[in-house]
Design a protein around this ligand. Structure first.
Ligand SMILES: NC(=O)c1ccc[n+]([C@@H]2O[C@H](COP(=O)([O-])OP(=O)(O)OC[C@H]3O[C@@H](n4cnc5c(N)ncnc54)[C@H](OP(=O)(O)O)[C@@H]3O)[C@@H](O)[C@H]2O)c1
Length: 268
């Protein structure tokens, strides 16, 4: 029996992935750090889709030991993963000078290290003749050098770059790899405030998590390498093409300084 492994399943986008996958009849293996929220999610899904098999496991993705425990649990239970949605990720906003080194490194551990660690495990456990689907949640930020969001944008840049390479490397091995790069999604109060503080462009750039989940799963079926949700976000990426990274970083720095001030006034 095959399962879809979803990290960060209890968050705004993760929950939408879990619900959409259940709707499509996929059995689920859900992880996050908070067990109560995992149990609640399982109950909510089973209420609507009682025939889906759901496994849960707590895992702190920042911790290599915990990740190895998760992998051992999957192996011991004889579970086969045929879909992996690498959704867990933490945001980081603000000047690097205001952060501790540990905070910077945690972003790399969760966003990059954990995603590559679990993706590699999932690839290696694939039976030769079965198909495997990897959906990697990156960000529109991954295409830019972003002052005030430097470590976050760089961590996502690594994911986008690495998994585009994997898309090519694995395409003849019955493995679909899609990287989804959303702009804003109103998933947390912090994100809602951040989107509001960006005014019209924030509004135009934002897409609901449900739409992102449905459309990115559809792109994965078609083995599209990358998917940027929303016309405005695709247009922004296109507009940026003739400019240097440094030029764009300067514009972003000036803009973020203003929007962070507004976001702080809104309560972030
Ligand atoms: N929201 C946006 O505007 C936006 C835009 C572009 C890309 N993205 C990306 O989309 C993905 C989902 O974002 P979201 O807005 O849905 O985030 P969210 O609501 O904050 O959810 C984050 C999820 O990750 C889990 N998580 C956090 N730290 C963890 C850790 N150390 N180990 C294991 N799990 C951990 C959380 O569960 P616990 O609390 O139980 O640990 C939660 O389920 C992320 O990769 C994010 O970078 C978001």
């Amino acid at each position: 029996m095959f399962f879809t492994l979803i990290t960060g399943a209890t968050g705004g986008l993760g929950r939408e992935y879990a619900l959409e996958c259940a709707k499509r009849g996929y059995n689920l293996f859900l992880t996050a750090t908070n067990n109560q929220r995992l149990e609640k999610l399982k109950d909510d899904i089973l209420l609507v889709f009682p025939n889906i098999k759901i496994e849960l496991s707590q895992c702190n993705l920042a911790d290599e030991f915990d990740r190895n425990k998760l992998i051992k649990l999957i192996k011991d239970k004889g579970i086969k993963i045929n879909r992996f949605i690498a959704n867990a990720g933490i945001d980081f906003e603000g000047p690097v000078l205001e952060k501790e080194t540990d905070e910077l490194l945690k972003v790399i551990k969760i966003n990059c290290e954990a995603t590559i660690h679990l993706a590699h495990f999932v690839i290696l456990q694939k039976p030769e003749n079965e198909k495997l689907f990897l959906l990697i949640v990156s960000s529109l930020a991954s295409y830019f050098s972003m002052p005030q969001k430097a470590i976050y944008a760089s961590s996502k840049a690594m994911l986008t770059s690495f998994f585009i390479a994997m898309h090519e490397e694995l395409k003849d091995k019955k493995i679909n790899v899609t990287i989804v790069c959303p702009g804003g999604m109103p998933t947390t109060q912090e994100m809602i405030n951040s989107i509001k503080s960006q005014g019209l462009s924030g509004k135009l750039s934002s897409t609901s998590a449900k739409v992102v989940a449905i459309k990115s799963l559809n792109k994965l079926e078609k083995n599209k390498a990358t998917y940027i949700p929303g016309f405005f976000n695709r247009f922004l990426k296109f507009l940026s093409l003739p400019f240097t990274k440094l030029f764009i970083a300067r514009q972003i720095n000036n803009r973020w300084k203003k929007t962070r001030k507004k976001a702080k006034e809104l309560g972030n």
